[in-house]
Design a binder for this molecule. Structure first.
Ligand SMILES: NC(=O)c1ccc[n+]([C@@H]2O[C@H](COP(=O)([O-])OP(=O)(O)OC[C@H]3O[C@@H](n4cnc5c(N)ncnc54)[C@H](OP(=O)(O)O)[C@@H]3O)[C@@H](O)[C@H]2O)c1
Length: 315
């Protein structure tokens, strides 16, 4: 295994530098071109989800790269996610994602959020009447079936607290391989990473830059004076510092850029090495959870009446 990879509890390896494919101004052509360019640059780990709408563009870009001889399917790691309206039937949902992708399997299939919506809720922001009771045992049984059928090489979750992971571990026949959560120098997930290390669950970091330029994100991370001074010291960019910090913590970082220059810049984070001082200084940064999940809170139908309940007070 190379130093820029991690091993999952399935035995398979995952590249630590991942490429996010979610853009709120989704455009098939732009997404497909960016992914093809990313493969050419050396990115080998791609993150999508049914709700992002980017599965067809990702599939097309990978197929094109394979037919152009740039890469083999075995050397590309693809993650997709079960949307909350599909908890009643993960197997059919994954079949549908595979059809979108034009692939026989994904490397990782995640439960996107610990919430369950009615079947018609094919949009990211639910209405009050869209919530259903979460039945995690039934959902996870469906996820395990996906693995047994060979539709995916690993299963996992996303946006789970350690408390929800513990509940899952209490009944799971197959442990999750991954928990994908928000993580960056201002939301360091120390408790989560310790828990996951103990149970051999790989942590994957979404929004590793804090999502600068996104309406849900912030420039807090890449404008923080500690990050800026480390970047200056190593003659690199703040984004490279943030990404490298995540990789040095052993997590895979899922960064999104469809801009050639920034894609190259982010890829360059692989070659950076932060020293102990840098790592200690980053621990001093204030912590702020940027993606709080407010859209999943209501006092009538959601299982979560408050943000604290959604994250089990780990916020
Ligand atoms: N599991 C979940 O619930 C969940 C939630 C959120 C996200 N995700 C995944 O994580 C991926 C990344 O999340 P994200 O987009 O929210 O956060 P992010 O990767 O931290 O930030 C992306 C934003 O930063 C800009 N950017 C990229 N590289 C940059 C650089 N070097 N310098 C300055 N700005 C830069 C991008 O714009 P340009 O494209 O213009 O460069 C984009 O607006 C998503 O695509 C998705 O795959 C998962």
């Amino acid at each position: 295994m190379k130093s820029n990879q991690a091993r999952l509890n399935t035995g398979n390896v995952v590249p630590l530098l991942g490429f996010g494919t979610y853009s709120c101004t989704y455009d098939y052509e732009t997404t497909q071109k960016a992914i093809y360019m990313a493969i050419k640059m050396g990115y080998r780990h791609f993150d999508t989800a049914k709700i992002y709408g980017s599965e067809p563009a990702l599939g097309k870009a990978v197929r094109e790269a394979i037919s152009d001889g740039l890469v083999d399917r075995e050397h590309i790691f693809v993650t997709s996610k079960l949307w909350s309206s599909d908890h009643h039937d993960p197997v059919s949902a994954l079949h549908h994602s595979l059809q979108n992708l034009g692939m026989e399997y994904v490397d990782l299939y995640l439960v996107h959020w610990p919430v369950r919506f009615k079947k018609w809720t094919d949009y990211p922001i639910p209405n009050e009447e869209d919530f259903e009771d979460l039945d995690l045992k039934a959902t996870w049984a469906g996820m395990e079936k996906c693995l047994q059928l060979g539709l995916c090489k690993a299963i996992g979750v996303s946006n789970f607290s350690t408390k929800k992971l513990q509940y899952l571990l209490d009944f799971a026949s197959i442990y999750p391989a991954v928990n994908q959560v928000e993580m960056h120098p201002m939301w360091r997930q120390n408790k989560m990473r310790k828990f996951c290390e103990d149970y051999k669950i790989h942590v994957s970091a979404y929004m590793p830059l804090g999502g600068p330029g996104n309406f849900w994100g912030s420039t807090f991370v890449i404008k923080d004076p500690i990050i800026l001074s480390i970047a200056k010291k190593h003659k690199v960019t703040p984004a490279q510092v943030a990404l490298r910090w995540g990789m040095q913590k052993g997590v895979s970082v899922i960064v999104k850029s469809f801009n050639e220059g920034r894609m190259r810049e982010n890829y360059g984070a692989i070659n950076l090495k932060l020293d102990d001082n840098d790592m200690v200084n980053i621990e001093k940064m204030v912590e702020i959870k940027i993606m709080r999940g407010d859209h999943l809170i209501n006092t009538t139908t959601s299982p979560y009446r408050t943000i604290e309940q959604l994250w089990d007070y780990e916020i």
